[in-house]
Design a binder for this molecule. Structure first.
Ligand code: SF4
Ligand code: SF4
Length: 306
């Protein structure tokens, strides 16, 4: 059966396309952007999150774990992931909610059933369903089938993509996708490699080709002080997209609320280089794009940034 690893199905999302939407977050991404707000989205596999600040060291998780995978190391409950089979017992018995498993496999039927619960809100608000991540298109067979089913149900569909996938994947889903939310992070390839661990050559190539076969591509640009707030970045972006059929540009200001998630995953958050952009920067970038005739949206309150 076709299944995919999903870490969240977010209801009442207002920032992933028009109207009220349900956003389905897939696990697995070809990029590792330094500023990623969903670090649990990057790995394809399930992960264990542990919040030491919520943990009261009752030891219940270790007691109920059938694999004996949890031990107290220096007053912190450490999980041996070699032993853990993600049965979820420790999460159930952790009363303060210090433990959480990121990701579980869903079938297409399960996702469709879940998103259809909010059909009334989509209809009243002009909303629909957005597939995001991570990178949803790394689950291409599942996503293609899911989008077909959503269209059969008459729902508006959006795909939020980093573009770092074979172009054939974008082609396969294009006819079942009403809106592409296409990320552009940096134009300079060296910087792109340094901050995301991958080249942007294929991403830019795919963007150009996608705008030739699809009429509703929204460009999403994360704005991070210390990474891409030089005026030259927007100038390079304007050069790059000149003549492309881009229907909207979304500017997404960086914020640092993801720090706690890195901590829960036991990962470092390398945020020393990154700062929240000033309103002046956001307004200037918006004006530069609007001056060239682009329909620009600033998404100040959006939680996810990737
Ligand atoms: S998910 Fe299951 S196996 Fe893994 S640590 Fe928790 S109780 Fe143990
Ligand atoms: S059950 Fe929860 S609160 Fe208790 S020790 Fe384990 S993680 Fe901490």
């Amino acid at each position: 059966m076709n299944k995919a690893m999903i870490f969240n199905i977010q209801k009442f999302s207002l920032h992933d396309g028009p109207g009220i939407r349900t956003t389905v977050f897939f696990k697995g991404c070809p990029l590792t952007c330094l500023w990623c707000h969903n670090p649990e989205s990057q790995a394809m596999e399930q992960e264990m999150l542990y919040d030491r600040e919520k943990c009261v060291m009752c030891g219940m998780c270790a007691k109920v774990c059938p694999q004996k995978a949890i031990t107290d190391v220096n007053n912190s409950m450490v999980t041996d992931l070699e032993k853990c089979d993600f049965c979820g017992e420790c999460v159930i018995y952790c009363i303060p909610g210090a433990r959480e498993i990121a990701g579980r496999e869903y079938t297409i039927d399960e996702v469709v059933k879940e998103v259809l619960k909010d059909r009334i809100f989509y209809e009243e608000s002009g909303g629909g369903v957005t597939l995001s991540g991570g990178e949803p298109l790394v689950h291409i067979d599942f996503v293609e089938q899911l989008l077909k089913r959503l269209k059969e149900e008459g729902l508006n569909t959006a795909v939020d993509t980093c573009g770092a996938v074979p172009f054939e994947y974008l082609e396969r889903v294009a006819e079942h996708t009403d809106i592409f939310l296409y990320d552009l992070k940096l134009v300079d390839d060296e910087k792109h490699q340094a901050f995301t661990s991958a080249s942007n050559k294929g991403i830019i190539d795919n963007l150009e080709k996608l705008t030739e076969i699809h009429g509703n591509v929204h460009l999403r640009i994360p704005i991070i002080d210390g990474v891409n707030t030089e005026t030259s970045f927007i100038e390079e972006t304007l050069d790059l997209i000149e003549g492309l059929n881009i229907t909207e540009v979304h500017l997404l200001p960086y914020h640092s609320i993801a720090r706690h998630k890195y901590k829960k995953l036991g990962r470092e958050y390398e945020d020393a280089l990154m700062k929240v952009p000033t309103s002046e920067t956001m307004n200037r970038f918006r004006a530069m794009l609007a001056d060239k005739g682009y329909n620009v949206k600033k998404e100040e309150n959006r939680e996810g940034l990737h």
